[in-house]
Ligand binder design. Structure first.
Ligand code: CP
Length: 325
């Protein structure tokens, strides 16, 4: 168990070593049990987390805010439009000043080619831990909840289990690619064989792909890329099918939407779910484009674990906050 996490940032999935992630998971399971048993666990009494949002949220805001209260502290919800950022507050000022008011700074900033740099710039000027609530590259706290959920459903020994991370069609907006990128970085460390499926224009970042291949080599797991959703789903133990935008092909919103609309048949449906193992589970971080990205019959089925995933955001994030703040 590696517990030396006080003061540490969590911005990218590989910022914590595998042993440190295992510590986070151990603490998360303990906190989940304590909450179920009504055992007080005010490890962050009198501490305050700043939650700075540049993008909307349901689960992330709710789980960080509830988590801080359950740990005996408080979370301040700060919507970027209500700040003086547009009038000149820089990342250095945010880091320096919020670092003196708060005991941790959590930020969601998903703007392409801006969000991750912004979070890192704040972290460089902050004396307290900075936690990434999602940027355009990573969604590390979602990924911690996902591995926690997979362990609950499939056990600790995940070696030789097949996890499909698949693109799916969405019509609402061009979603960030941070969830699939976090998954392909973290899951090889836990022994899962990852199959990444997407139409050719929906590639992930080359640097992230290289790091994912390196993790797969290091942990002796499979890592394969296919361009056919049916082929990917065959014999899967875990199917994580969600949409993301074609930002590596075009950052033009209209062209991206045109590309996206040309793959409307990439929906996660019953026929594709049936290609997986009988006990395969379906995962999605939510929100989902219901009956566009995933059929209601899959999303609402006994194979869907989306509510457990959403719940585990709370426990995983409480563990990160208790260990770092
Ligand atoms: N999964 C997730 O991050 O949900 P929100 O966008 O609602 O926070």
């Amino acid at each position: 168990m590696q517990t030396g996490l006080k003061g540490r940032d969590l911005i990218g999935d590989l910022d914590f070593s595998k042993e440190e992630v295992e510590t986070v998971l151990d603490v998360a399971f303990d906190l989940k049990m304590k909450r179920a048993m009504g055992i007080p666990h005010a490890y962050l009494r009198d501490k305050v987390l700043a939650m700075l949002f540049y993008f909307s949220s349901t689960r992330t805001r709710g789980s960080f805010e509830a988590g801080m209260a359950q740990l005996g502290g408080h979370a301040a919800f700060i919507e970027s439009r209500t700040t003086q950022v547009s009038h000149g507050d820089t990342e250095v000022e945010l880091g320096e000043i919020f670092g003196r008011y708060f005991d941790g700074i959590a930020i969601r900033h998903c703007d392409w080619d801006l969000g991750n740099r912004y979070i890192n710039n704040v972290a460089s000027s902050s004396r307290v831990p900075v936690l990434n609530m999602q940027c355009e590259i990573y969604h590390p706290h979602q990924c911690l909840a996902d591995i926690m959920t997979i362990i609950e459903k499939k056990g600790r020994d995940l070696r030789r289990k097949k996890m499909v991370v698949s693109w799916a069609y969405a019509s609402s907006y061009l979603k960030p690619m941070s969830v699939p990128q976090s998954l392909i970085l973290q899951m090889p460390r836990f022994g899962l064989d990852v199959v990444l499926a997407h139409p050719p224009e929906f590639k992930l970042m080359p640097d992230i792909m290289d790091q994912a291949r390196e993790q797969a080599r290091k942990y002796h797991t499979g890592f394969e890329v296919v361009h056919d959703m049916d082929e990917a789903c065959k014999d899967a133990d875990i199917i994580y099918a969600k949409s993301w935008g074609p930002m590596m092909t075009t950052t033009d919103a209209a062209e991206g939407k045109r590309l996206q609309d040309s793959y409307a048949d990439w929906i996660m449906n019953d026929a594709r779910m049936a290609l997986g193992k009988d006990d395969a589970i379906y995962m999605h971080p939510l929100p989902a484009d219901r009956d566009v990205e995933v059929a209601s019959s899959v999303l609402d089925s006994h194979q869907s674990v989306v509510f457990d995933e959403a719940e585990n955001r709370l426990h995983a994030q409480k563990a990160v906050m208790a260990l770092t703040m």
